[in-house]
Design a protein around this ligand. Structure first.
Ligand code: FES
Length: 402
């Protein structure tokens, strides 16, 4: 059954989405739209559509970018302050989407709703699946914390294995039911894509960016008897030949271009710099203490600054590992994070085992999996001894195998 849900179903959903989507585009092109109901009801649509679209776009990006750039994401999330900020931002966006989808559903519910009159059964199915998707996402954020992190070591390797046509479900089949339901309903959304108004995602009117602007005249107020006559059509494809106030219009255009350029620079320059600069993940040797302070055969918890602390991170910039002195010359350091969902593992000296308190994962003393859901052994850090000091090579969280 797991193979059907995590191998066959995603492929079926994708093939149908692409195949039927293309067929619909070429055979019924005018249906490739969101079939807006704005003219029927505008006020509630605004309060539902704006939160929904802004929220879901950012959340989709937050899922897509770590999938495309897992190492960069690991570098970003390897700092606990940044991880916390990401988690809180994701949760806030999730609530924002929930609010939006509730309004979008609510405006179609009343019997006398004009939007309801144009709502098809497929619209209802899509709205309910989307509602489940964001609610389960919020549930995952609340009850299976640090999803930004474990996403990298669970869903990301599985998704890449599907892309490479070598499906490997080992990192997702042990996930809690809520997470599995969230993943599967995501593929249900993909499956519904070509059969619903969701196709409007690929009908973004990009040409709006460069076409001549339009003058839209709202005709909702009674016209004054002495008002100048309206143009033949309320929508003009190009500016009037004799602008009434050309100076003001020119100044406003320049102001608009300037504000747009500044906004683009503020967002774009750090993003590009970040992507270029962090492709090579920072790795720094950190001292752990005098070699003499560690007993042979003993496994102790050591803490150190992560590889890219922020000035304001404070104590949260510290991370930890388990260090064991195997022999007078040899040390081994294990990442403290469980390879299942990233919880910190504990060392049980009497049992010679690492134990994860979250879902019962157990690791042997060499870090290999003894039992439970963890898909692979604990990650180890390079360790060296320099001038009598044990040093560890810190790096972004070593949790992704992509
Ligand atoms: S986080 Fe699930 S077993 Fe460790």
């Amino acid at each position: 059954m797991q193979n059907f849900f995590f191998i066959a179903f995603p492929y079926i959903a994708l093939i149908l989405a692409i195949g039927v989507g293309l067929y619909r585009y070429y055979s019924h092109r005018f249906t490739y739209s969101s079939l807006s109901s704005q003219l029927l009801e505008n006020r509630q649509l605004f309060w539902g559509s704006v939160p929904w679209h802004y929220g879901i776009t950012l959340i989709l990006l937050a899922h897509l970018l770590p999938w495309l750039f897992p190492r960069t994401a690991a570098a970003v999330l390897g700092n606990s302050t940044r991880l916390l900020v990401m988690e809180l931002t994701g949760l806030a966006l999730g609530f924002y989407c929930v609010f939006g989808i509730i309004v979008l559903i609510g405006r179609r519910l009343p019997n006398n709703s004009r939007a309801r009159a144009v709502t098809s059964p497929m619209d209802w199915i899509l709205l309910l699946v989307l509602a489940f998707q964001v609610l389960s996402g919020v549930g995952v954020a609340l009850f299976e914390r640090w999803g930004a992190l474990w996403y990298l070591s669970t869903a990301v390797p599985w998704l890449w294995s599907l892309v490479r046509l070598h499906p490997d479900t080992s990192t997702v089949t042990g996930l809690p039911v809520l997470i599995q339901a969230h993943i599967l309903s995501g593929f249900v959304v993909i499956l519904l894509f070509p059969f619903t108004r969701l196709v409007h995602v690929f009908a973004i009117p990009l040409e709006y960016l460069w076409r001549p602007y339009q003058v839209v005249v709202w005709n909702s107020h009674p016209r004054q008897p002495d008002a100048p006559p309206l143009p033949k059509t309320a929508v003009l494809r190009s500016p009037p030949s004799e602008p009434t106030d050309p100076e003001r219009r020119r100044a406003l255009s320049r102001l608009g271009v300037l504000a747009g350029s500044i906004s683009a620079a503020i967002v774009g320059i750090p993003s590009i710099g970040f992507l270029l600069g962090l492709r090579k993940a920072p790795e720094v040797w950190r001292g752990l203490g005098n070699a003499d302070s560690f007993q042979v055969g003993e496994t102790v918890e050591v803490s150190f600054l992560d590889s890219s602390p922020l000035p304001w991170s404070g104590v949260t910039a510290k991370t930890a590992a388990w260090l064991r002195r195997e022999s007078p010359q040899q040390f081994i350091a294990f990442a403290i994070n469980c390879t299942h969902l990233g919880c910190p593992v504990r060392w049980l000296p009497n049992a010679d085992l690492f134990m994860c308190p979250c879902h019962g994962g157990v690791f042997y003393k060499d870090g290999t999996v003894a039992s439970g859901p963890p898909p692979k052994a604990l990650v180890t850090y390079p360790v060296r001894v320099r001038d009598g000091v044990v040093e560890i090579l810190t790096s972004p969280l070593p949790i992704t195998s992509i």
